[in-house]
Each structure stands twice: as structure tokens, then as C-alpha cells.
Design a protein. Structure first.
Length: 475
């Protein structure tokens, strides 16, 4: 093949002239069959490409549909979760706040109180009160209670004092005082309680809280001069104890415990007494001076020695009696007074156990020295426990109840102790025979006073019972 430019020979298959570097254009020989095959091939390729394109379009549409489904599902899930959160918040709101009704707020208050959230409870009660035109007294009392339990004493007292001042009803006033008493009791301010109750004009309200009141002691005899020995009695209408001194000094709970009339013999005495209730609140002291000049009556002589007797005997005494003097006696262990049974002759000893005490009493009620002891008469052969064992069983029973802390009957704090005197033996219905004991309280100075409580101890099995007028109650 020749170069069209320079005419040089060109090797077969070359695309340019090696001499002049001219491009050699090769014009292929036309072949109709080849053209047909090429056309068919290109058509096949085009169809294949079209099918691939359509498949890709379908795949894209499916992918887009899946993505739209996922987005819708996500939105539904988020909406559901949001609804749950909103419902939870709403229900909590309803529980804590409730609809705007008094009963709902009160219910919320009770729920808070059960959880010891007393300030929250008081706030809920206030919400209920705010819905009222006139505050309900019961709701105010409930708020005062919650404030007290929360330690907000001043706020609680303010409510009680406002109710007492308005006096809506007697029951409401008593309830308000009850909250006031609780507040001051928790702070140990019993003197304030006594003063507040004493200032109340309504006698029924004072009676409802009488145990907190204090009263000045009263003397049985007017202070002054007396020719005869005087037994001075101290009384008080309140529930508590009297302490006194005999030298005019101011008495307190460390002074002499009053438990019986004070014998005033020859000499001058300045008696000062104070009343103390069970909570330690004390009255103002009361003082009186007495000038005395009389001899004390003689001590009687026992004609029968105290002890156990298994045969009938009589108890007798003798004494030198002055003008208008008599012999008086008791069988319950108490000291004889001018009001006790008069001794007129020997007394047949009844079956059982009793403590007889005899004294000569002057015309002015002055008692001489006492003589007496415990007498027991029984013909029963069945073995029974001793009185000492019976008394010990009482203390053991009270120790279980928390009233005593030691075998000698010491009470909590170790300040005083219980003791028990057998005053009689008695058959009670079908329960059997019992020792009847009187209970006494003795202070550190040795002063003793009856508590007013009695016990019945079964002589055979030792069971301990409270005793009152032939009725027993196990403890």
C-alpha cells in the first residue's frame, strides 16, 4: 500500500506513513451480513439495557416504599410512646393534684400522710380549704394535726388557738385543745398545758382535760394555835400527789410525800405544800403555821400475837385511855383514824389473812402509836403458796407489763418502788381462795402511800389478778 502523500510503501496494517507520518485511513469493505449481525447485536444489547433499567426502576420503587413504610412505622411508634408518656404524666397529675374538688385534695392528703409526708399532707388540706367560702373546722383540725406531726408546732398551735377563740362547738373546742395538749406534751411543756386548760371557762372542757390541771392543796385545819395535838390533813381535788415541808421551805418532788394526816405535836410548825400532777406540773405552794400543845395518846397493847392460827381465836388489845379517847382499828393495813371502826372488845379472828392495826385516838383526832400485825386463820389442809411468794408473783407480773424493773418493785427511773400488804384472804366464786393485796408506793425517804390498786393472788396456783369489789381480772 502506498502513502497518499509521499508515495512511500506502507506495511499492511500500519495506521500512518513511517516516512512522512501521514495518517492512513482504512475504509472497510462493506458486508451486508455483518451489518445485519451488528444491528441484531446492538438491538439485543439495547433490549437488555432496557430490561435492566426497568428492573432498577422497580428496585428503586420498592426501596422507596420500604423507606416510606419504615418512616410511617417510626412516626406511629413515636406517637404511641409520646401518648404513653402523656398518659403517665396525666395520671400522676391526677393522683397528686386530682381534680379540683375538696374530696380529691383530702384523699391526696391522706395518701401523703401514710407516707409520713405530713407537710405535703397539710398543703393538700389547705387546697381543700381554699375551695371553701368558710373554712371547715374539721379540715382545720386535720391540718393542725399534720403540721404538728411535721414538727411545725407554732403553725399547728395557731390553728388550735383560733378554733378555741371562735368556739364553733364544744366538740371542736375539745378537739382543738387535744391538739394543743399534744403539741406541748411533745415538748414537755406541761405547765403551759395546765395554765391553758385552767383559763378555759367551759367546765366540761376543763373536765375533759382534768388530768393536766393543777390545784392548790387545802389544809383540813386553819393555821393558828391549838391546845391539842393536831392531825393535819392535806387534800386536793386534782389527780396527782402532794409534797410538803414542815419548816416553811418551798416544797418540790424531792420533799416529803404526803400519804396520811401529819401529826403536829407540841411545838410550832410551818407547813408548806405543793400539788404535782402526773405530768410533773406543779401548783403554787400553800403555807400555814401551827402552834400545838397536847400529849400524844398511849400505844395500845396486843393481847394476841400476830401469826398463823389453825383454831378459832380472838384478837384483843388494852390501853390506858384519857378523856374522850377511844381505840380504833382497821383490817386492811391502813392507819386507824377517828373514822375507823371502834374497838369495844375481843374480835373473833375470821378465816383467812388480815392485817389488824390498832391506835388510840384523841377527841381531836390525834392518833397515838400504832400496834398490830398480820393474822391468818385457816383449817384447810391443801398446800398453798406463802404470802411472800404471792407478793413476789405480783411484782413479776408487773415486770412483764413494764411497770417495775427490779425484784424489789422499783419503778422506772429507780425513784420509788411498789410494795404489797396482804389485807385479807377471800374465796371468790368458783375460782378458789385468794390473797388480797393492797398496793403501796414508797419514795426514797421511806414515805409510803396507797395507790388505790388491789390484787388477788390464787393461794394454790399463784395466778395474779386485779381485784375490785369481789371481781377479779387476770393480768
Amino acid at each position: 500500500m502506498k502513502c497518499p502523500r509521499c508515495g512511500a510503501d506502507i506495511p499492511e496494517g500500519s495506521l500512518f506513513c513511517e516516512k512522512c507520518f501521514a495518517d492512513i485511513r482504512v475504509v472497510p469493505t462493506y458486508d451486508s451480513q455483518i451489518e445485519q449481525r451488528i444491528s441484531e447485536t446492538l438491538s439485543g444489547i439495547a433490549g437488555q439495557l432496557d430490561r435492566e433499567e426497568k428492573r432498577e426502576e422497580r428496585r428503586l420503587r420498592r426501596h422507596q416504599e420500604i423507606q416510606r413504610f419504615k418512616r410511617r412505622a417510626a412516626l406511629i411508634f413515636i406517637g404511641f410512646a409520646l401518648a404513653v408518656v402523656l398518659m403517665t404524666v396525666w395520671f400522676r397529675f391526677l393522683r397528686r393534684e386530682g381534680p379540683m374538688t375538696e374530696s380529691a385534695f383530702v384523699g391526696n392528703a391522706y395518701a401523703f400522710a401514710e407516707e409520713n409526708k405530713f407537710l405535703d399532707a397539710a398543703e393538700e388540706i389547705q387546697k381543700a380549704i381554699d375551695l371553701q367560702e368558710e373554712p371547715d373546722t374539721q379540715l382545720l383540725l386535720k391540718k393542725a394535726e399534720y403540721l404538728r406531726k411535721a414538727g411545725e408546732y407554732r403553725a399547728s398551735l395557731d390553728i388550735s388557738e383560733s378554733i378555741i377563740a371562735k368556739a364553733p362547738s364544744k366538740d371542736d373546742v375539745i378537739s382543738a385543745y387535744r391538739n394543743l395538749v399534744s403539741v406541748y406534751s411533745e415538748q414537755g411543756e406541761y405547765d403551759i398545758i395546765a395554765a391553758a386548760i385552767a383559763d378555759e371557762k367551759d367546765a366540761s372542757v376543763r373536765q375533759a382535760f382534768s388530768e393536766y390541771l393543777v390545784y392548790e392543796p387545802e389544809f383540813s385545819n386553819t393555821p393558828g394555835e391549838y391546845a391539842d395535838v393536831l392531825n393535819l390533813a392535806l387534800t386536793c381535788q386534782g389527780i396527782g400527789t402532794i409534797f410538803y415541808t414542815m419548816d416553811g421551805s418551798v416544797p418540790d418532788t424531792g420533799s416529803i410525800l404526803y400519804n396520811k394526816p401529819i401529826p403536829l405535836r407540841d411545838g410550832e410548825y410551818t407547813i408548806s405544800a405543793v400539788f404535782v400532777n402526773h405530768f410533773g406540773a406543779a401548783s403554787e405552794p400553800v403555807t400555814g403555821t401551827y402552834v400545838i400543845g397536847e400529849q400524844i395518846p398511849a400505844k395500845p397493847e396486843l393481847l394476841l400475837k400476830p401469826g398463823f392460827y389453825d383454831h378459832p381465836v380472838e384478837i384483843g388489845v388494852k390501853a390506858e385511855l384519857g378523856e374522850n379517847e377511844t381505840i380504833r382499828y382497821t383490817t386492811d393495813g391502813s392507819d386507824p383514824t377517828a373514822d375507823s371502826e371502834e374497838y369495844t372488845g375481843p374480835i373473833p379472828l375470821p378465816e383467812g389473812t388480815a392485817t389488824y392495826r390498832f391506835a388510840v385516838i384523841s377527841k381531836n383526832g390525834v392518833a397515838g402509836e400504832i400496834a398490830g400485825g398480820e393474822y391468818t386463820y385457816s383449817t384447810r389442809k391443801a398446800e398453798k403458796i406463802s404470802q411472800e411468794d404471792a407478793a413476789a408473783r405480783i411484782i413479776a407480773a408487773l415486770t412483764k407489763r413494764g411497770e417495775t424493773i427490779a425484784p424489789d418493785g422499783t419503778i422506772g427511773g429507780g425513784i420509788a418502788r411498789f410494795s404489797y400488804a396482804c389485807t385479807a384472804t377471800q374465796s371468790i366464786g368458783s375460782y378458789g381462795d385468794f390473797y388480797i393485796f393492797e398496793e403501796y408506793l414508797t419514795d426514797q425517804a421511806g414515805n409510803t402511800a396507797p395507790t388505790g390498786r388491789k390484787f388477788a393472788v390464787n393461794q394454790l396456783n399463784g395466778t395474779v389478778n386485779l381485784y375490785d369489789n369481789n371481781v377479779i381480772a387476770p393480768i
